[in-house]
Design a protein around this ligand. Sequence first.
Ligand code: FAD
Ligand code: N01
Length: 542
Amino acid sequence: MTIDGDIARFDVIVVGAGFSGLYALHHLRELGLRVRVLEKAHTVGGTWLVNRYPGARCDIESIEYSYSFSEEIQQEWVWTETMSAQPEIEAYLNFVADRLDLRRDIDFETTVVAMSYSDEAAEWTVRTEDGATVAAPFVVAATGILSVPLEPSIPGMDRFTGTSLHTGRWPDGVVDLSGKRVGVVGTGSTGVQLIPVVAREAEHLTVFQRSPAYTLPWRVRTFEPGELDELKASYPQIRAAQREHPVGAARLSAFSVLLEMLAKPPLKTASAEERTKAVETDGIMGALNWGDLFFDIEANQMAAELYGQAVARIVDDPATARALTPSHPFACKRPIIDQGYYETFNRDNVTLVDLRADPIESVCPNGIQTAAGLHELDVIIYATGFDAMTGALNSIDVRGRGGASLREFWTEEGPLSYLGLAVAGFPNLFTIQGPGSPSAAANFVAAMEQNVEWIGACVSYLREHGFRTIEALPEAQQEWVDQATALVAATVLVHPSCSSWYNGGNVPGKKRMYMGYTAGIPEYRRRCDEIADAGYAGFKLA
Ligand code: FAD
Ligand code: N01
């Protein structure tokens, strides 16, 4: 890459070197394209490089939450646990980068700050933080759906004299929490993973909880000797089953459990005895394992009550159990699984602060002040989530046709996109698993592989047929958004009390809109293929 003066030119610029960017580089390079990847971190990994917090792991079995495109890679790599922890996934992505010799085409420590499209040249010019520019007809934004950590704005945060950490940019190296008084703010997927591990290490843990989580107890285990080899021998069947499965993971995962719930009898018509028996027999699963919770808010509220009873069977202190019972609808946030979450609250060194009753007033130099008093702390860990789906692209000044700003468009109109792959007014820009894609409610890697392969085929088609540009048509985009919205219209996902990264409700001021596509990956793939086969229907090719 050159600084100022001459501009280096490529066929495709990929931004980001996580799961998506690495596969985009490999696949597009295999198609004979000159590809350059720009990555702000010092190495590969994306999500699995920065979320190094204790307890971080995936919640889909690793033999499915991994690349399927290379038989060599899936045979050579050794997973040690059913659902791998962060260090192993990070190591896997490094292995892939080396095995496919990807690093030679990646510029690390290179943050993209702006990119603008020239109509005349049919080309994107991409500017990085150090003032360098590169250009290419096509840009693939592999910038991540959960890559911009969200800091809460609590008065006094910068006055804290202890250590402040965000789980989404956890420092490299050991963070020693032993003998420390630690506070964790946030009880989403991250908090639920982090809290049991921190409790075992810290002198005292105080959990500041605004919305209690719904979380399914889960057993993650190391593979028995020979077990992984047997699975590897069945990879053709495993991958085939995944491909046909709506969530891109056919083995047991929180997503597959949720899908199975849809086929269960309704809670509304269950007798009092049946409800009690469900909780007595199956605990938390029994409270939630009913078919009408996604569509009927009253049934959902009844399930919340049963859930509270199930929690009370695990948590010794009744007041703590009550505080851990959610009041928002089940299923309107991403499903969570845990290992010993509720048991953690029976420990002598753990205190729960229910912010619904006792809100945070400020962060002080020596702790967190709530309405009821001061909690003295040495370390505060913010597990407060991400500006999801649009956050990463909105932190780049993306200028499309006529200088239009993507950030302004998405802020004013909402996160509109055609297939989650393209935005009208931004020709030749592909977004991997953007808003309106299945990624929010599916195995991301499976969903992403489809996107990368579709983009590869699209660029090849354009070149073979002498087209220089492809651009989503506004009416096709609106139709796609309408279809995605219609899919969830009858569900609790759009209930006013649902606030999550799925609908932008977790970011103050963000326009609310459900940002997923819930018909499943096979149906999404069918639609994408149909559109491509029709000469890219809904796109303007020029
Ligand atoms: P990322 O991994 O986020 O990578 C994006 C890359 O782009 C980053 O390296 C970033 O530095 C770079 N980048 C962004 N902006 C710029 C810029 N302006 N300039 C240069 N570089 C830039 N999904 C699942 O399906 N199953 C799971 O079990 C699962 N577990 C998760 C656990 C955690 C803790 C989190 C946060 C997410 C999890 N996800 C899971 C979602 C996860 O984000 C995806 O599965 C996947 O890792 C995303 O890969 P990606 O390459 O698209 O994005
Ligand atoms: O973020 P979240 P996350 N004061 O937004 C609270 C993936 N992931 O990092 O709900 C007090 O879910 C907030 O409270 P509320 C997965 O896709 C996967 O946990 O807004 N609290 C909430 O409790 C997941 O969905 C895994 O009331 C504040 C929490 O912080 C996504 O990443 C593991 C607050 C944020 O929860 C994000 O998960 C980890 C404030 N000012 C992550 N602001 C797997 O296991 C926010 N909160 C696969």
